[in-house]
Design a binder for this molecule. Sequence first.
Ligand code: GLU
Length: 492
Amino acid sequence: MDTRVRFAPSPTGYVHIGSLRTALYDFLYAKGKQGKYILRIEDTDRSRFVEGALENLIKSLEWAGVKHDEGVFLENGKIVQKGNYGPYIQSERLNLYKEYINKLLDKGLAYRCFCSKERLDKVREEQKKRGETPMYDKHCRGLSQEEIQKKLDEGKDYVIRLKIPEDEDVKFKDLIRGDIAINSKEIDDQVLIKSDGFPTYHFAVVVDDHLMKISHVIRGEEWLTSTPKQVILYNYFGWEVPEFVHLPTVLNKDKKKLSKRQGDVSVSDFKDKGYLPEALVNYLALVGWSPKGNNEIFSMEELINEFSFENVSKTGGVFDVEKLNWVNSQYIKNYDDEKLYKLIKPFVVKEELLNEEEYLNKKDWLIKIIDLVKEKISYLEEIDSHIQMFMGKEVNADDEVKEVLSNDGVRDLIHAFIKNLEAIEEVDEEFTKNIFKKLQKETGAKGKNLYMPLRGAVTGQLHGPDMGKTFIILGKENIIDRLNYTLKNYTK
Ligand code: GLU
């Protein structure tokens, strides 16, 4: 059987980082088996419809480089569908669900339920009071054909429920969790078709996975408890049950489900801060999966080759922003300067550090800064403060820096530095190679007492990228101006 794996999100307006990880594992597994990876849209919950959510979803997946072979695509701003098993949007498949629910009704494996919400609430309350797990009490399961017809004639609303077997072990295999069995007594008579005629997730997912010839259902572990109902449906239809894989939830550091409340969780949050798609995907692959060796930096190609469910944990994977920052910084550090120049533009122009025109005109200068600071940044947004540091002739020092600059001897050190600068044409490598030793000799300041005030006097910071290179980019005049500014404002 060909490997066919689908990612089946409900577009909710944003793509959670955990969904991207599911999509990624779907993709990696399919590609590792030379199979097909399919994007299907599960939009049968009309109350959750969000304008533009589908476009945003596809864009986020595309940005991340998790590219599907079949399903729903965005082309020139329009939604299009490609593949032999469409439509791939559930709201366009309603006729199919109707056809298949009728099969179950005909066989007596599903039934109409006319219970009102009030009645269901009451039953649930009573069950809770008795300490029982709330479940449908199967009230309409025994309705006669005549009773049903009468209610239909009266125009009563109804849902269609699955007739769960009375007492049977429902068994299936999960590639991460092994064999799973649950007694059908514990399974509710699940609603398959809602009163608005739309299928529920449980019904649509089974019909679609079967008709789309899905071989592996790989999804988040929150769906594990739904699987027995779905297995019953496969059995009722006499369809082959796919392989199931339930992935560990993406957790925060407190081992709770990563949620919006704790900050960034959507793919666009990370994109907007300047995380590189390769890095985000690389890191996400590691949330729940452990590669065999010690290497943690993988290209997509390498992930496809290395990834397997054998090394995916059963328990949740912790999403650690610090680790993501580290992975991202590894990518930034090794990125080509020209490429970074293009990528940082939205951050620099957005912050209004430079306007569009300046951004183009100052390309050489920006590339020098990028080359110097790229090993210091975790995500691209951080480049702003570095670029800012190279702009203007004033020195903005915080209290910590002010304290260093007010130490004895700093004035003499700065004067000596200015004298040396005035004696040269321009600040070049030769100058920066010797200047620190020379100043040490001339003033007696050394180590921290030499480097900290010098950096602070010129940049307003105590730490930063290579000082010699920083000075070369700033240039003689600018450094002298800044030193005079510091003398006037911060020294004693
Ligand atoms: N529509 C479900 C979701 O939003 C899909 C679950 C599944 O993959 O079966 O995650």
